[in-house]
Design a protein around this ligand. Sequence first.
Ligand SMILES: C[S@@+](CC[C@H](N)C(=O)[O-])C[C@H]1O[C@@H](n2cnc3c(N)ncnc32)[C@H](O)[C@@H]1O
Length: 398
Amino acid sequence: MKLPQNISAAVQQLYDTYPFPPEPLLDSPPPGYNWRWNWLSAYNFCTGQAPQKQNIRILDAGCGTGVGTEYLVHLNPTASVVGIDLSAAALSVAQERCHRSGASDRVEFHHLSLYDCSQLSGEFDLINCVGVLHHLPDPIRGIQSLAAKLAPGGLMHIFVYGELGRWEIQLMQQAIALLQGDKRGDYRDGVQLGRQLFATLPENNRLVRRERERWSLENQRDECFADMYVHPQEIDYNTDTLFELIDASGLDFLGFSNPNYWQLERLLCKSPALMERATELSDRARYRLIELLDPEVTHYEFFLGRSPLPKADWSSEKVLLSAIPQLSPCLHGWPSQQLFNYDYQLVNLSAAEFEFLQACDANSTEQRTVAEILTDGKLNPEEVRFLQKQQLILLTPN
Ligand SMILES: C[S@@+](CC[C@H](N)C(=O)[O-])C[C@H]1O[C@@H](n2cnc3c(N)ncnc32)[C@H](O)[C@@H]1O
C-alpha cells in the first residue's frame, strides 16, 4: 500500500484507523481539571487578572476523540464549544463521549480541516489546538487560519512536538518506514512491525531504552503506538523554528504553559557567575540555552493572544485593596488547609490564609473588595499578593 499523495488524506486515514486519544468513555464528567482548559485560570495565568467575560466561545481545533473537548465543556459551564477534526471516526467517538458525560448540549462538532475553519461562523475567545499543527503539511497556514478566528482579547493554547526529546522516536519512525517499504500507509502493519522491532533489538539499545523509560506505559495501546511511530506526517520544532511559527501567526506570545521547565535557575543556580552571563540574553535566546542544556524537551505548550489584553499590576496597594477577589476554580482538596493548587502542587495554608480563601469562595454573590475582607487584620496586602501569585485567588480590578 502506498501513502496517499495528499498528506492530509494520509493523516485522516491514520486517525480513522486509530482514533486518538483512546481514553475510555465515562458516564460522568471527567476527573479533576487541566487549568489550561479553564478559561478563568488560563486568562489569569496570561494576564494576571480574572476575565470580564464568561459566556465565551471555545474552539477545539483537531479535537480527536474529544478528551480535551469534554474537559473544555465541563470546566467552562457558561461557554459554548465547537470541535473540528479531519477524522470522521475520531469525531464520532468525541460526540459519543460528550453525550455520555452530559456535555452534549453546549458542544457541536464539525468534520472540517483547520485550514477551512473560516467556514465556522463568528470568532472564538479561546482556541485550543493540542497535538495537531505538527501533523499539518503546512503548519503556518494552519496557525494563520486559526489566528484569523481568534477574537480580540482572546487566547490560543497550542501544543507542538519538540525535536530534541523526540530524537529516538524520529529514528524509529524512519526505521519502520524503511522496513515497511511499499506497505507504508498500512498503519496496522506499521504497528505490528514496530512492536516486533522493539522486541528484537538488544535490551540496552538506545531506542529500546528510551521507549521503555519514557513511553512504554502509554504505548501499550496501539492507538498511541501508531500516533508515535507510524505517523505519515510530523514536524518537530526547536525554539528557533517554534518562534518562526509563532511570529507567522501574528499573535502575541504570552508564555509557556509549563513555566517550570523554562527556568534557567533550575540548571545554573549553583553558579551565580553563569547566571550573570545569561542576564544579557533575550528571552528567546534564554529559552534556546535552556533546551540546549536540558534536551529532554519533547513538546512545547504555550499561550498566544490577540490584543487588547491587560497585564495586571498589583504592586499598588490602592489597586490591590479595591480589587474583587475570587477563589481559583482549579483547586483540588478545597476546602482544607492542605490542598493542591492549579498545577497540582501541594499547598499548606495558614489559618488566616484559609479564612481569606473561604471569604473569597463566598464572594461570587457578595462581591466584597480585598480591603473589605481584610478588615479583621489577620492577613496583610503582601500576603494577599502571594496568594494571587500562587494563583490560589483571582483578582478583578475595580
Ligand atoms: C494527536 S491527535 C490530537 C487530538 C486532541 N487534540 C488531543 O490532544 O487529545 C491529532 C488530531 O488532529 C487531527 N488533524 C490532523 N490534521 C488536521 C487538520 N488539518 N484539520 C483538522 N484536524 C486535523 C487528527 O485527525 C487527529 O484527530
